[in-house]
Design a protein around this ligand. Structure first.
Ligand code: HSE
Length: 329
């Protein structure tokens, strides 16, 4: 994006010295994401390629943040009650500008699906605004604004969906306060297959059923798996990815909420998936595979299991998206 000196306006201390771009409107794609990745509850996530929301962000003369159009799902228009609005306000409140923003939301990711619906909304507004004002904020700062929107939906501040949506690829949120996001390499041939049974599981509810304490032996297994998953992603070791995708802390509790979870997981792994687990807080189930052909085969396995039920479902095969949220026009 070009910067235009003649239209520069100074803003807050956080954004000192940046230039306002002449562009007044931007259309963006904000991707779906898979959080937790089995062994990395609340810290690990990856970004999907072809599933996501579109949003239009527009700079306007009137001060403030206004949600002017929503398509796809019934979400609140009031800025303070809308995830995209809350994250936008978190950024806007740090600016000292005499203009405002309108936000249009074209929602494709069903809220409560477990593939980062609220994160896509929270990320899209701040990413788009940042582009329109000449990118004064880096991705970590954008994640911090987006956390405020995500917290409206899930009732707690976590960034394991937000970080991959903003950074792309695999991310590890090392800490939330202060926010530290680590970008983890993505092996070239890694594909995800995601099935989304059309039942809603609210993140807040699926968090409420988790135990407050964990057995030390389970904790040891879990952090060994997370450490080895990170190592496997760095080294492109698919066998190690396979043996690391194991969750002994959260999945045993949440899997009870997802019809046929055990059957899908076992059948997918038997058919050659590297692993299978709950995507975020569910109900979506993700698998990782080496190669697109294998991922398509897992798609068939998953859909064969759900087709004989009366539960509607969506199913996606996606390369890991290493770019994250992006401009469409
Ligand atoms: N880490 C979160 C959870 C992701 O599993 O509750 C969902 O927002």
């Amino acid at each position: 994006m070009e910067l235009h000196k003649e239209s520069s306006i100074s803003c807050s201390s956080a954004a000192e010295g940046y230039l306002i771009d002449k562009m007044n409107e931007i259309k963006i794609f904000s991707p779906a994401t898979v959080a937790n990745v089995s062994c990395g509850f609340d810290v690990m996530g990856f970004c999907l390629d072809n599933v996501g929301d579109e949003m239009v962000i527009r700079k306007i003369d009137k001060k403030g943040i206004f949600i002017t159009h929503i398509e796809g799902f019934d979400l609140p228009y009031k800025t303070e009650l809308n995830v995209a609005g809350v994250s936008a306000l978190a950024m806007y409140d740090t600016l000292d500008v005499d203009f405002g923003f309108e936000i249009e939301i074209y929602k494709n990711i069903k809220p409560g699906s477990g593939i980062g619906s609220s994160a896509a909304s929270a990320v899209g507004s701040v990413f788009g605004m940042n582009e329109l004002i000449g990118r004064p904020f880096d991705k970590t700062q954008l994640t911090e604004f987006a956390i405020k929107g995500e917290a409206l939906a899930s009732k707690c501040e976590h960034a394991d969906n937000l970080a991959p949506a903003l950074f792309g690829g695999f991310t590890l949120v090392k800490s939330v306060a202060p926010l530290q996001v680590l970008e983890i390499p993505t092996p070239d041939d890694l594909y995800a297959t995601i099935i989304h049974p059309q039942i809603e599981i609210k993140t807040s509810e699926s968090r409420a059923i988790l135990p407050k304490q964990v057995d030390l032996s389970d904790a040891i297994t879990q952090w060994a798996n997370l450490g080895s998953l990170i190592h496997a992603l760095h080294t492109g070791d698919y066998d190690l990815i396979k043996s690391s995708l194991n969750d002994v802390v959260v999945e045993p509790h949440r899997s009870k909420l997802i019809p046929l979870f055990d059957k899908v997981k076992t059948a997918s792994i038997d058919a050659g998936a590297l692993g299978a687990g709950i995507s975020g807080s569910g109900p979506s189930i993700f698998t990782l595979s080496k190669g697109q052909e294998q991922a398509e085969k897992i798609k068939e396995v998953m859909q064969n299991i759900y087709t004989v039920t009366d539960i509607d479902f969506d199913i996606h095969v996606s390369k890991i998206n290493t770019e994250g949220v992006k401009i469409l026009n």
